[in-house]
Design a protein around this ligand. Structure first.
Ligand SMILES: Cc1cc2nc3c(=O)[nH]c(=O)nc-3n(C[C@H](O)[C@H](O)[C@H](O)COP(=O)(O)OP(=O)(O)OC[C@H]3O[C@@H](n4cnc5c(N)ncnc54)[C@H](O)[C@@H]3O)c2cc1C
Length: 444
């Protein structure tokens, strides 16, 4: 078959690119090729014994206009659910205890997570005139602006919550460009965060700082896209080679030994970076650890009833606490309206902190993690149901060298005549993926 455009990869990047392409260029003949039997990529909602669990993303901030537009176009607005106000409360582990993250200056004075040294560093940051050097890591940035304690207690855990990453390795300019922008524009991140312009969110009646999901979980989003664009989507088509033939791209797909060919004038690569590197022999060489995909174990536990006293989003664990979990999500308080029978939590482990984690060790990790949670949260009840999801390759790490690599990659793409859109480029959040997909479609 011959197409105007072929999209490789049916995660949220590829699916939203398909949507915006059909919206802005309805006459184009377009196909999306997905390796697995179902599209959605990392977005996976599972239902088991009355519990709703998210293996991948559980929410997104109500701040991205391209996401709001996509949801509106799909007629999904009435299915949106807003996170409970209680989920604003977050915890960090300190001396093997959950401590609430201070939400304002008064709490800061009283919190066991802060002390005079921390408060002094915060005050210093207010008027600190220093700028980021090229390739600065998130930890270096945090130490420069706020000192070592804040870097370890707050910023390190925040980074493992977003990227399952290592603050000592992630490049601040690539991973958190907003921090650099605030430093540059306001002279202080704190000042910018407190006094920055509060933009009105693109979702009617919802503040842009709120988290959103859907009544039936995050998978509603890819499922709706699949329903609308089923005729453009081919699943079980693992693209195994891509070659130029004259003006066309020829893509070979493989499934159970059967090879098929698809030709297209244009190509959008929405599959993971390591797959892109394997499909072309001239992509710029990836420096060690740049866009590495560490393993991630997601363990869901269901209990018959509420089994602990903590209310809030969940907790994150700083490295010095030496815990096996990176963090835990207290599902009962995030979207309490979403189906579940008793009480549940989701534990994350692995990431860059335990990058050697392998599939063979899952049973051992599960035991260790359950034991750890029971002790930390004081749970006496037995686990009613457990569900395990293991990502051998989870979230691409924007480690030191990523910005320089992106530049080379984008030059390569331009020379080769391919388009790029996926979580390996300019943002891992699903908001970023949808925004980049819309921008690509507008650029056609
Ligand atoms: C555990 C976890 C929790 C997360 N939590 C959040 C969150 O709460 N909020 C948030 O905003 N983000 C979150 N993220 C990040 C976000 O989910 C991802 O970055 C985003 O979903 C990536 O979408 P994508 O389409 O770019 O890539 P992917 O979802 O990885 O999709 C790529 C697709 O390409 C396909 N593919 C691979 N090889 C081939 C091939 N050879 N041929 C054809 N197809 C191929 C794959 O099967 C896959 O479907 C989380 C991620 C994980 C793993």
């Amino acid at each position: 078959m011959h197409y105007d455009i072929a999209i490789v990869g049916g995660g949220i990047s590829g699916l939203s690119a398909l949507h915006y392409c059909r919206k802005f260029h309805p006459s184009k003949k377009i196909v999306l090729l997905e390796k697995s039997s179902q599209c959605g990529g990392n977005i996976q909602t599972t239902f088991r014994d009355g519990f709703l669990w998210e293996n991948g993303p559980r929410s997104f901030l109500a701040k991205e206009p391209a996401m709001a537009e996509l949801i509106e176009d799909l007629g999904l607005s009435s299915n949106l659910v807003e996170a409970n106000a209680k989920s604003k409360k977050r915890y960090i582990i300190k001396n093997a205890k959950l401590e609430a993250v201070p939400m304002g200056p008064m709490q800061m004075f009283r919190s066991p997570l802060s002390n005079w040294a921390v408060l002094k560093e915060l005050k210093k940051e207010w008027s600190l005139r220093s700028v980021s050097a090229k390739g600065e890591t998130v930890a270096e940035f945090a130490r420069r602006r706020w000192g070592a304690e804040i870097a370890t207690t707050f910023i390190g855990p925040m980074v493992s919550g977003v990227f399952a990453g290592d603050a000592e390795k992630l490049e601040v300019e690539a991973a958190f460009p907003r921090l650099l922008a605030l430093e540059k524009e306001k002279g202080s991140v704190l000042k910018g965060a407190l006094f920055g312009k509060k933009r009105k969110g693109p979702f009617e009646g919802v503040r842009s700082s709120r988290l959103l999901s859907f009544k039936n979980g995050m998978e509603e989003l890819p499922q709706s896209l699949i329903k609308v664009y089923g005729e453009n989507i081919k699943t079980d088509k693992s693209v195994s080679s891509i070659n130029r033939e004259g003006e066309d791209w020829v893509l070979a797909t493989e499934n159970a030994g059967v090879i098929e060919k698809v030709t297209a004038k244009s190509l959008l690569l929405s599959c993971p970076m390591d797959v892109i590197s394997s499909l072309f022999d001239d992509t710029p060489e990836l420096p060690s650890e740049v866009l590495a995909y560490p393993p991630l174990l997601v363990l869901h536990l269901g209990f018959e009833k509420i089994v602990h006293d903590y209310e809030g989003f969940g907790y994150l664990a700083p490295v010095p606490e030496g815990l096996s979990a990176l963090g835990v999500l207290l599902n009962d308080h995030i979207f309490p309206g979403l189906a579940h029978v008793g009480s549940s939590m989701t534990i994350m482990a692995g990431g860059m902190r335990f990058a050697e984690m392998s599939k063979n060790e899952i049973a051992e990790w599960v035991e260790k993690l359950i034991f750890e949670q029971k002790k930390l949260l004081g749970i006496e009840a037995d686990v009613l149901v457990k569900e395990v999801c293991f990502y051998e390759r989870s979230i691409p790490q924007y480690n030191r060298g990523t910005c320089a690599y992106w530049e080379k990659l984008q030059n390569w793409a331009q020379v080769s005549g391919v388009s790029l859109c996926g979580n390996y480029l300019h943002g891992v959040g699903i908001n970023d993926c949808v925004r980049n997909a819309k921008e690509w479609a507008l650029s056609l």
